[in-house]
Design a binder for this molecule. Sequence first.
Ligand code: MLT
Ligand code: ZN
Length: 452
Amino acid sequence: MSDLVERLREVVGAAFVLTDPDLRAGYETDWTGRFTGAARCVVRPADTAEVAAVVRACAEAGVPLTVQGGNTGLVGGGVPAGTGDVLLSLTRLTALDDVDPVEAQVTAGAGVTLERLQAHARAAGLDFGVDLAARSAATIGGMVATNAGGIRVLRYGSMREQLTGIEAVLPDGSVVSRLAGLAKDNTGYDLTHLLTGSEGTLAVITRVRVRLVPLPPARAVALVAVDGTEGALSLLAAARSRLAALAALELFYADGLALVRAHGNLSAPFAQEYPVYVVVEAAGATDPTDDLLELLSDCDAVQDATVASDAAGRARLWAYRETHTEAINAAGVPTKLDVCVPLRELPGLVEALPAAVAAAAPEARTIVFGHLGEGNLHVNVLGAGDRAEEVTDAVLKLVADRRGSISSEHGVGRAKARWLGLSRAPQEIAAMRAIKGALDPAGLLNPGVLFP
Ligand code: MLT
Ligand code: ZN
């Protein structure tokens, strides 16, 4: 066994350095099954001091690290590209401090799952502003590293907006810690927000301080059928101006609904089929059901709707949207693209996608869903076979032509590094590379992620 593996065993304990291929396997392939790579070993430290010692040992040995949270990322950013990396898993960093009700903040270890943070905040009468379907496995550290978005961005913003402080291990093993959670702090470069969304390329995030939001006691959800993407945008505009309690507004299409229903054995939401569906959630201090019903009856784009105010009914309606990811994965290994365009460009993009994908991969089929409020579409291509790169190229170019972003919320990872130049100017990429070079001159953290 190599000297480095022995050293890592001394740091974290032999039980937490996995070299057996069977034990490593679950860490070495991403959630979609598309990205995979063999690690020298998987190392599972328990706290910041152990992470720092692991990073130092790897830096001294000149061995790159791939950093992984809950392994729910969808762009291959948390699995090794080559065979020599140490895979650093942060799932044991599960310390979770008491909620501070005066600041409405809490400090969480990188390995705390979103679901646990939500339960912890709710037990204190507060809530966490970000929510997403992978909540049971996604970790807070990974969500910060990728600046995760999810279903409540239109109300509370992405992970970046939740952060008031960060603790991280730099590539030389030194620790930076800013966890006081000061509401105002203008003392130079903002490391908290620089590391957010840096996809593990600049530092290993070990703890974060996040703000919490009020827990709305009343909630209502509508599943709404509309006649097209333009109709969905009309509903969004109406909801934005008239529904003060608007909490989420999500989009999917008839083919996605058919897949989800077959996968989950779900009943049809309406007596007839419609081309486009929108989930609208409202949450507030008082029951928002009447406001939601009034919005739906006044909006011309609405073809049909069903509303639920009780928890079971709301979960039933959300399932049509939230089970898209697993239903798609059950149908095959997808090429997943996560893009965003200005809202006025959205209908044109949706219309152009099928022909662009067909030109790149004639046998493929495309399922689209997403977060309508941000113009964020999840373009999932099934059956691309060995044409995944061509499909990626075609879709991302359509997006760039419409002034969009090639990564709305999943990050660039390995999947889209080649196309970074479609979203960022050469000067920006040069500045980003200069920052990377300053913090990680040897290129030890997440090589192959973000930069081509
Ligand atoms: C979602 O919005 O459900 C997630 O981003 C997952 C996905 O894109 O499949
Ligand atoms: Zn999403």
